[in-house]
Design a protein. Structure first.
Lengths: 266, 246, 114
């Protein structure tokens, strides 16, 4: 029993220490981002743009595909339940609202944490192993400013965009299956969708994706920076980055949705 | 790991820190450039203690430094030219045209003209090391640290790098600190040699003083003999005990 | 660093003193770009008062030299201190530039028309 309590305490301490380190990194990134408004050369532009291309443009195809598939599945599942009430024409409303409020940001974030988070952790981790981060430090260049800040900003700018792409693709996927497979009239489907969707659905979704982007980038960069040793440490950091990001995204999503539901009633 | 080290690195001269593997050479170097902080003691650069400096002040001091890492430590996502340009872009307000010329000059200095647009994975290990040297001297540092500059290079490239170290030091009055275990190169370039052994300073002197040293470890080390004060067939008690007690 | 510009016949003279490093070289670059932009045929840079020069100084001269060459102008560097000369030597550029030991020699070399 004592041992059990000890294990729990130790686990809790471990989690708290991790949160504290993340917070510290986040504070440093925020500090640099704010100082970028007053000083030149805080954010290395080339690194920022390279990351934005990598995250935004190169991920468009994959998030579109995933978005469309999720929209299709959602429409089919919704129709299955709605049919029993004879309310199959509401499929469109359900798909649109669910995509904009919830699934768009969530799916985009999960795909990106696998695609970009893993990459960030592996890249920075390898740079740690190959003394590249030390080289930056000896050149008098702060690695957080040079490596972490542009990655966090790039993801914070691009993930909301990707979330919108997922939203739209999901809606298109739902519409496609709704009008062809489920036999809903196209103009009725679109009209019902537009009726159901309000502005709040969209901006809360975007806000969520923004929060998730910060989480993914901070967790992944932090994992990368804590690598010491060799290839196995890089591998471990990469896995950890993805696992921690996804768990955090879902937990935070849960909290955020509850807050939005109760604090911002329509 | 290091204990009771008290050495001076003379300005404008080449100091070579030597010793066997694991004697603390690289650790000493990492302390000098403040990648590690000593638990006690002082490190004076131009008479100023750098131990415990704030990051901003430390970065001011680091601007005088150039460092050549053992594994080159080039940024793999950037071309050779971009690698050399990083410190220039970050620390100066020079225009891109001027930076491009400086990068060319530095690359010519290490014999790599025309390699600006190559990626680090497209060039050999020796070339990477030379690019890393070009990057280390991009900002015309006053002190350059070299961690095993000749390791893993063919003899011709290695002696070319030695020549470069000599040139930089003599013509530009750069202070050089070289960590190495290659005797030949050390005797060729050193104004002062420091021999470390098990985390302590064993001997300090000029190349000639080291060559004529009475210390038997030093003699064994410079002649590269396997038999000496540290016998090769050293059978440690722990080894025998470990084998026989099971 | 201080830059004084004057004319000696048809020669444009820049007299530098102090340290020519990456803080001060943009100022020199501005002056030299001004001269090369109006295609000054003869430019003389007196480096007698420069006791330290870094690579950005070299790069600035290289750029001006390239530009002057394009319109067949001449750029001469005069009265280099040994440190500054060392910088040119180590960059292997001492043979490309026209370098003279004294200002008088440079003026003679350029053949000033007074």
């Amino acid at each position: 029993m004592k041992e059990f309590a000890g294990n729990i305490g130790q686990g809790l301490l471990f989690v708290l220490a991790g949160v504290a380190r993340l917070w510290e990194l986040g504070a440093a990134v925020a500090g640099y981002t704010i100082s970028a408004f007053f000083k030149k050369k805080v954010i290395p532009r080339e690194v920022l743009f390279r990351q934005m291309v990598l995250i935004g443009i190169d991920s468009t195809a994959i998030v579109s595909l995933v978005g469309a598939s999720v929209g299709t599945v959602l429409a089919l599942q919704a129709a299955y339940s709605l049919k029993t009430f004879g309310a199959i024409m509401y499929t469109g409303s359900l798909v649109c609202v669910a995509m904009a409020r919830e699934l768009g940001p969530l799916i985009a974030s999960i795909v990106i944490s696998g695609r970009i988070g893993a990459r960030m952790a592996a890249e920075i981790g390898t740079m740690m192993v190959q003394e590249e981060v030390d080289a930056l430090t000896t050149m008098g260049i702060n690695p957080i400013r040079y490596l972490v800040v542009p990655r966090v900003l790039a993801l914070a700018l691009m993930l909301p965009c990707l979330a919108v792409i997922v939203d739209v693709m999901g809606m298109i996927g739902g519409w496609a299956i709704g009008t062809t497979g489920l036999g809903i009239n196209s103009s009725l489907y679109i009209a019902k969708s537009i009726d159901a969707l309000v502005l709040k659905d969209i901006y809360t979704g975007l806000l969520k994706s923004f929060i998730f982007s910060i989480l993914i980038a901070l967790v992944s960069c932090h994992q990368g920076l804590s690598v010491s040793g060799g290839a196995d440490a890089v591998g471990k950091a990469t896995t950890q980055a993805v696992v921690i990001s996804i768990v955090l995204i879902i937990v935070v999503d849960c909290l955020a949705t509850a807050v939005i539901y109760y604090a911002l009633p329509t | 790991m290091l204990d009771g080290i008290n050495v001076t690195l003379p300005r404008g001269k080449i100091t070579v820190i030597m010793g066997g593997s694991g004697c603390g050479k690289t650790t000493l170097l990492r302390h000098l450039i403040a990648l590690h902080q000593p638990t006690s003691g002082e490190i004076l650069v131009d008479g100023k203690n750098i131990v415990g400096l704030k990051e901003k002040d430390m970065n001011e001091v680091r601007r005088k430094f150039g460092m050549l890492f053992q594994g080159s430590a080039l940024f793999n996502s950037m071309t050779v030219g971009e690698n050399v340009a990083v410190p220039l872009k970050e620390h100066t307000d020079l225009s891109p045209e001027i930076i491009r010329i400086i990068v060319r000059v530095k690359l010519e200095l290490v014999g790599l003209t025309g390699f600006e647009d190559f990626m680090p994975h497209q060039i050999s290990g020796g070339m990477k090391k030379r690019v890393a040297l070009a990057r280390a001297i991009a900002l015309d540092p006053k002190i350059v640290f070299y961690d095993e500059p000749g390791a893993g290079l063919d003899p011709i490239t290695a002696s070319m790098i030695d020549r470069l170290i000599l040139d930089l030091s003599k013509k530009l009055n750069i202070t050089s600190v070289v960590v190495s275990h290659e005797m030949k190169s050390a005797f060729r370039i050193a104004d002062k040699i420091i021999i470390l052994h098990k985390g302590k300073v064993l001997q300090v002197g000029t190349a000639d003083e080291i060559k004529n040293s009475k210390d038997s470890y030093v003699q064994q080390f410079i002649h590269g003999e396997s038999e000496g004060v540290i016998p090769f067939k050293q059978t440690s008690e722990a080894y025998l005990k470990g084998l026989l007690s099971t | 660093m201080k830059i004084q510009s004057s004319n000696q016949g048809d020669i444009q003279v820049l007299e530098l003193s102090g340290e020519l490093d990456y803080h001060s070289s943009p100022e020199l670059r501005e002056k030299l770009t001004e001269l090369t932009a109006k295609q000054a045929p003869k430019i003389l840079v007196n480096l007698g008062g420069v006791d330290y020069m870094d690579s950005s100084g070299i790069a600035t001269f290289v750029e001006a030299f390239q530009k002057a060459k394009r319109y067949q102008g001449r750029l001469i560097l005069a009265a280099l201190t040994s440190t500054v000369r060392g910088v040119f030597e180590i960059a292997k550029l001492d043979s490309i530039f026209e370098i003279t030991a004294t200002v008088a020699e440079a003026v003679e070399c350029l053949g000033a028309k007074t």
